[in-house]
Design a protein around this ligand. Structure first.
Ligand SMILES: C[S@@+](CC[C@H](N)C(=O)[O-])C[C@H]1O[C@@H](n2cnc3c(N)ncnc32)[C@H](O)[C@@H]1O
Length: 218
């Protein structure tokens, strides 16, 4: 998959690209490219945003700056999916992640301060996604959230088994994952459920499914 991220903080992705599972698939299943709006801005002194028409606080990412960035990389608005990261977008779910991870090419646009000039969302992006009902200061973190969530769904990123039985997966009928325990079996009198030490995989599986159902009831 070719995943392109347009951001004002490309350097911030250095940590993410060294971590598994992103590091595992990088250069193989994942071709991650980071672009800074500043490198292609048609404005002087690296300017990328401007004051909002109508007044008000903050700065708005300019449409001509984003158009120039897309032009430089694709020669215009690309045919593939372009996702604007904004709190006003549809809220990200695991189902959306699966859908995005199946795309051969994907572009993420992030903003900062007051966000995008609305024409970016309307004319340059084909989709708008929020990572949750709260506001972060910059789209760098939301973009990294998506890169990580997508990377772990690519072939070879994680062991197939651990990727299958996860919260929200079809294997768990979209429910939350069951609780995990490891050594020691008793810590401060806090014991591990007996059944997990029994070696009876049929019973363990049934117990886990029951716990999964229980914790998914809101
Ligand atoms: C301070 S936010 C802009 C908030 C915007 N003025 C509003 O009230 O909806 C700056 C940028 O961070 C990113 N961002 C912040 N929170 C986000 C979220 N929950 N989901 C996706 N992107 C987010 C977006 O790229 C956004 O344009």
């Amino acid at each position: 998959m070719q995943l392109d991220v347009f951001t004002l903080v490309p350097h911030a992705f250095a940590w993410l690209t060294e971590q598994r599972p992103v590091a595992t698939v990088l250069g193989k299943e994942l071709d991650l490219r980071l672009f800074s709006y500043r490198d292609t801005t048609p404005l002087r002194a690296g300017q990328v945003d401007d004051e909002p028409y109508g007044g008000g606080a903050g700065m708005v990412l300019r449409v001509d700056v984003v158009a120039a960035a897309l032009d430089a990389v694709y020669g215009g608005v690309p045919d593939h999916r372009v996702v604007a990261l904004t709190p006003q977008g549809r809220q990200l779910t695991q189902a959306n992640v699966e859908e995005l991870a199946a795309e051969p090419r994907l572009t993420l646009l992030s903003a900062r301060f007051e966000g995008f000039d609305e024409r970016i969302v309307q004319h340059l992006a084909s989709d708008a996604i929020s990572i949750g009902p709260y506001v972060l200061s910059d789209g760098g973190l939301p973009a990294m959230v998506l890169v990580d969530a997508i990377a772990r769904r690519l072939p070879g990123a994680i062991r197939a088994e651990s990727g299958a039985f996860e919260s929200f997966s079809p294997e768990l009928e979209g429910q939350l994952e069951y609780p995990h325990y490891t050594r020691p079996p008793d810590f401060n009198g806090w014991t591990v459920p007996e059944i997990l030490l029994s070696g009876d995989h049929g019973k363990i599986d049934a117990w886990r499914r029951e716990r999964s159902r229980e914790r998914s009831v809101h």
